[in-house]
Ligand binder design. Structure first.
Ligand SMILES: Nc1nc2c(ncn2[C@@H]2O[C@H](COP(=O)(O)OP(=O)(O)OP(=O)(O)O)[C@@H](O)[C@H]2O)c(=O)[nH]1
Ligand SMILES: [Mg+2]
Length: 204
């Protein structure tokens, strides 16, 4: 039995998922996580390294890695790729000027071998900002339809209002669970048959 098979079996037993939050700086990655964790979202500052948050959600332990997105930090993203089950790519929907940069970074990321097979959720964040790009517009701007290597979805959201944050996390958990935990064993159908409760301390 190969090492990867053993690791996969153990993780399946422990019902763990590793989720990587990436995106350009100022996109709102840390704010989304603070919102999920019920923390004060006014007290965020740019991430210069990384944060890890662990949530138990729908019986799965989610290990979420939130890595700083400043240009000088992006070369370090690769240090976090190992065993990633899902990527959450956070976009500042009000930042039209950097949408091309955002697209380039995303498509470069997806070429990484170690991320092959990871689910991809694009969070079109900051929808509460006037003039924010709609998710359909961002889908085109980031050429999401050109992505054939990963299962992906895009969801508009706002870390400030809480809109769709949990729905996005649900999609990630369902997609990963369907692939790793169920697909490989029984191939059974819907994973989250009932809408899950809000993540423990989440307040909308
Ligand atoms: N209006 C609005 N502002 C937001 C939203 N989410 C985040 N922000 C603000 O955007 C700024 C950047 O948020 P962060 O969470 O630090 O962004 P980040 O992606 O973690 O940035 P780095 O750590 O530098 O990679 C902060 O001033 C947040 O208050 C949102 O949904 N709406
Ligand atoms: Mg941050």
């Amino acid at each position: 039995m190969g090492l990867l098979t053993i690791i996969r079996k153990n993780r399946r037993k422990e019902r763990e998922m590793r989720i990587l939050f990436l995106g350009l700086d100022n996109a709102g990655k840390t704010t989304i996580l603070k919102r999920l964790n019920g923390e004060d979202i006014m007290a965020v500052s740019p991430t210069l390294g990384f944060n890890i948050k662990t949530f138990v959600h729908e019986g799965y332990t989610l290990n979420i890695w939130d890595v700083g997105g400043q240009r000088t930090l992006r070369p370090y993203w690769r240090n976090y790729f190992e065993q990633t089950d899902a990527i959450v790519w956070v976009v500042d929907s009000g930042d039209r000027l950097r949408m091309e940069d955002c697209k380039q970074e995303l498509h470069t990321l997806l070429q990484e071998d170690r991320l092959a097979g990871a689910s991809l959720l694009v969070f079109a964040n900051k929808q509460d900002i006037r003039g924010a790009m709609a998710s359909a517009e961002i889908r085109t701007a980031l050429d999401l339809d050109g992505i054939k290597s990963h299962q992906w979805s895009i969801m508009s959201c706002s870390a400030v209002t809480g809109h769709n944050i949990l729905e996005g996390i649900n999609w990630v958990v369902e997609d990963v669970a369907g692939r790793i935990y169920y697909g490989a064993t029984s191939g059974s159908a819907p994973i989250l048959a009932q809408p899950p409760p809000l993540a423990q301390q989440f307040t909308a």
